[in-house]
Design a protein around this ligand. Sequence first.
Ligand code: 5RP
Length: 227
Amino acid sequence: METSQDTIKQDCAREALKLIRSHMIIGLGGGSTIGYLIGYIKQAKELHVKIVTPSLKTKLQCLENGLDVLHTETIDHVDLAFDGCDQVDKWLHALKSGGGIHTKEKLIASMADDYILLVDESKVADRLTFEQPVVLEILQDAAAYVKRKAAALGGEPMMRKSAAKDGFTVSDNGHLLMDVFFKQVDDIDILEKDLKAISGVIDTSLFTNVVTRALVAGDSGLRWILK
Ligand code: 5RP
């Protein structure tokens, strides 16, 4: 059954569609709002766009809907990219914790002229609250070292577990994922830099300098968070 949350996400995706022009290369992340946007792109028969995506699910959904999907490794520039997140704040810091595909998401974000988050009001905070962990994609050999360094930065690191690889979760890139919980973060930008600087960390799910704007949908309509 469709909920008001679905309606809000659809409104957000419909507004996002208005920014897309023919012949653009469009980045699409993951999640339900992006799922609605794919449906709207398909319906807009006059739009001829090409898609790059970090998400296998999104890729399959695009292909099922007859959209052109490019190999990311052949692309050095994206016109416009849309993504979801777990939380975004008024400084456009964002935290993505769920999917474990943040390295590829950040790559596409960095290639994009405009990297726009599509969120509902429940995901917006004045400042990131860190109720969810920062996820690190790490080299297997660096597991113990990264754990020590992340703890020295005030985090509580925990390897993400599943049945996949000797009990550990692996990313699409074949690397381990470490969830790092923080009780207090004084400077979000410095935290991202410090985590990224640890040898063996491929990337973090903290996005501090790459989101250009966020489109927020709520019961009372749509609003933008701008730089
Ligand atoms: C996970 C993400 C997803 O993009 C996000 O959770 C999708 O949200 P929604 O389904 O509400 O569009 O960043 O870390």
